[in-house]
Ligand binder design. Structure first.
Ligand SMILES: C[S@@+](CC[C@H](N)C(=O)[O-])C[C@H]1O[C@@H](n2cnc3c(N)ncnc32)[C@H](O)[C@@H]1O
Length: 209
């Protein structure tokens, strides 16, 4: 699958652009079921994770955020500059900021082990899924196991590069495309950040219809 085909499939060129600083708030406001749980895959350095926890507290209630990571960094080499092990961090460096909040549930381990049928059943129908695990294999595994029900919002952190700065079509976007085709999912492009280059241009969010 070529980059241009994915741009067309996901309607990336017509995706609404949101001011950079409002992106996560705008998406959290779109959540339909405010009491349903959220899940994030790739906690890493607590950067986007902070944003996700902040907007969840602001816009939803009585739910949980399941935060999946094995804390050893990328299990394989990713794009140039991001070798295996990049993003490795002792869990405590992140978890200590959320120790007061029992609604943030850390789920440790490789996704292949931690995203078990029992865990999926416990989480129930998810309102929002945040994919920030970068690699095709990791994203594919997660997306293949989760239900992806109508009404769920999916936010990808490294979905694409509008300026073509790296081989984005081989990673998160490819994994989502394959699952969309396999399951005949109908998706709606929700939002991207209003910027054309660099890391902040790489995010994209979709609604499962
Ligand atoms: C880009 S970092 C996440 C950044 C993070 N969202 C933040 O706010 O800083 C990617 C993370 O995904 C995790 N990861 C990638 N593939 C994984 C897998 N198969 N199982 C568990 N963790 C994985 C890595 O350990 C790494 O911490």
């Amino acid at each position: 699958m070529q980059a241009q085909q994915l741009i067309e499939f996901f309607q990336l060129a017509r995706m609404p652009r949101v001011p950079v600083e409002n992106y996560y708030d705008v998406l959290a406001q779109m959540v339909c079921d405010r009491a349903a749980n959220w899940a994030t895959f790739g906690v890493g350095w607590n950067r986007t994770f902070q944003e996700i926890t902040r907007v969840r507290s602001r816009h939803t209630h009585n739910n949980k955020l399941y935060a999946f990571d094995w804390w050893e960094g990328l299990p394989e080499d990713w794009r140039p500059g991001y070798p295996r092990g990049f993003f490795r961090l002792p869990k405590e460096r992140v978890a200590r900021w959320y120790a007061h909040d029992p609604s943030v549930v850390f789920v440790d381990g490789l996704f292949g082990d931690s995203l078990s049928p029992a865990r999926i059943a416990e989480m129930g129908r998810l309102a929002l899924i945040h994919i920030d695990c970068d690699l095709y294999e990791s994203a594919r595994l997660v997306l293949s196991r989760l239900e992806l029900a109508p009404g769920t919002i999916l936010i990808f952190d490294e979905f694409w590069s509008p300026a073509g700065e790296w081989d984005w079509h081989l990673h998160e976007a490819r994994a989502f495309y394959e699952v969309c085709v396999e399951r005949n999912l109908r998706i709606w492009p929700l939002a991207r950040r209003d910027v054309d280059t660099g890391p902040l241009s790489e995010q994209a969010a979709f609604l499962i219809q």
